[in-house]
Write a protein that binds this ligand. Structure first.
Ligand SMILES: Nc1ncnc2c1ncn2[C@@H]1O[C@H](COP(=O)(O)OP(=O)(O)OP(=O)(O)O)[C@@H](O)[C@H]1O
Length: 423
């Protein structure tokens, strides 16, 4: 392996045996003719790649694509079924934090124990101790057995040990939850300073902006294989395309967001149910189809910050609605309303009296005012009589995940176009 290559992965494969029941596992073990009772599942399927010293490499892919399995084989936590991984440097993995901790030992004893496992002498750990303790910031608890720690304290100490041992290779899974928001911010500052100090970093993330702004290159995994590799922007585009195809396939299966096959899907009209204050579901209309388009008129769920986009939806009426209104709301994954458009609230727009069999098509055209990130699209049909009195008729909560992307580092939540800074 050349000096420049810090991780070499050659034809790496991880196969899991899947049994329908625990009994099948036993039957297989005891079968005199070695009959197979399992199916084979390739979590990683013949992957080869090289990572160069000092690179920051992003690893992306849908849930279950194989990212964690790959990283665990690189760190040695999992053994490959076939193929090889050669690592030419000291790894610190922010994956299974504190996995090496002994709960019966005190925090301090664990710092020494882990440091020794990383190949440091007692004196070397002494020199790092102040930094580790000040990063963890758990006060006198450091002298208590780890078993008495809250989960937050445990993660603080584990993270402090992992990042303060001068790793040559840092492996970060962004899905990792590292304590409170303040501590998370401190962790990311530390990770960034290690990266800029030349530490080779593998970054698993679902945030495409992280990939574009921090990584030199990226790999897109799908079903255990490398689906795309190259410049971060190209790979994130491939990810969006893949995500769109999968979303379409999912919608085709469930029927949500697709064309109803000719006939109206009749819905029995339920008596209104109390949902929230002033809200009732009346079931007299249904959002049967929706699409999102970017500023070039392409159907997509990936939108550029600052660019125009449109959300098209079709509503089919299955009963009488005096004054129908439609709305869309883009929310944060935590459910906070961020960007909404509503036919009644915006314009007091009248869509006219509708009855069973009527259909309307609506197009909301607006500017993507949110900075890069992941958001949820929500759609609704309702009937408004005043600003505060309305009935919700159909709500498509989390109808689609939107990915907003942009070239630059996102500074704040709102996309700020055309700012002038005078000096
Ligand atoms: N011990 C196991 N036995 C059987 N299947 C497993 C095992 N561990 C993982 N898998 C399967 O391997 C596949 C890859 O899992 P992995 O955790 O690597 O995906 P991932 O890309 O990290 O997903 P996520 O983004 O959800 O964390 C998944 O389908 C998972 O169900």
């Amino acid at each position: 392996m050349s000096e420049d290559i810090i991780i070499n992965i050659n034809k790496l494969t991880k196969v899991y045996k899947l049994y329908d029941s625990p009994q099948d596992r036993l039957k297989e073990a005891l079968h005199p003719l070695r009959k197979k009772y399992h199916k084979e599942f390739h979590a990683i399927d013949d992957i080869s790649l090289d990572i160069r010293r000092g690179e920051t490499v992003g690893i992306i892919g849908q849930n279950g694509a194989g990212k964690s399995t790959l990283l665990k084989m690189i760190t040695g936590v999992l053994t490959p079924t076939s193929g090889s991984v050669s690592v030419n440097g000291k790894i610190s993995a922010l994956l299974e934090l504190g996995a090496g901790f002994n709960p019966q030992l005190t925090g301090l004893e664990n710092v020494y124990f882990n440091g020794t496992l990383m190949g440091y002498t007692h004196d070397q750990i002494d020199n790092k101790l102040e930094e580790i303790l000040s990063f963890a910031d758990i006060g006198d608890f450091i002298r208590q057995p780890v078993i008495t720690y809250s989960s937050g304290m445990f993660v603080r100490l584990a993270f402090a040990v992992a990042v303060n041992v001068e790793p040559e290779i840092l492996i970060v899974d962004e899905a990792l939850s590292v304590g409170d928001m303040m501590f998370q911010a401190k962790c990311y500052d530390k990770i960034r300073s290690l990266m800029s100090g030349g530490v080779t970093t593998l970054f698993v993330t679902h945030n495409m902006n992280t990939i574009s702004s921090l990584c030199n290159s990226a790999y897109l995994l799908d079903s255990g294989k490398i689906f795309a590799h190259g410049a971060p922007n190209e790979v994130t585009r491939a990810y969006f395309r893949l995500q769109r195809e999968m979303e379409h396939a999912r919608q085709d299966k469930t029927g949500a967001g697709t064309k109803p096959d000719g006939a109206l899907r009749k819905k029995s009209i339920q008596p209104p149910q109390k949902k929230e204050r002033d809200q009732f579901i009346s079931g007299t209309a249904e959002i049967t189809e929706f699409k999102v388009f970017n500023d070039e008129g392409e159907e997509t769920f990936a939108l550029r910050a600052g660019a125009d986009f449109s959300v098209w939806m079709k509503v089919v009426f299955t009963g009488e609605v005096e004054n129908p209104c439609v709305g869309m709301m883009i929310k944060s994954p935590q459910g906070q309303n961020l960007l909404g458009v509503h036919s009644y609230h915006e314009r007091r727009m009248s869509l006219g009296y509708k009855q069973c069999g009527d259909e309307i098509e609506i197009n909301f055209i607006c500017k993507m005012l949110l900075n890069p990130g992941k958001y949820m699209l929500n759609l609704s049909v309702s009937e408004h009589t005043t600003d505060f009195e309305y009935k919700s008729i159909d709500i498509k909560s989390n109808a689609a995940a939107l990915e907003v992307y942009g070239k630059d580092f996102a500074f704040g939540l709102i996309h700020n176009d055309g700012v002038v800074i005078l000096n």
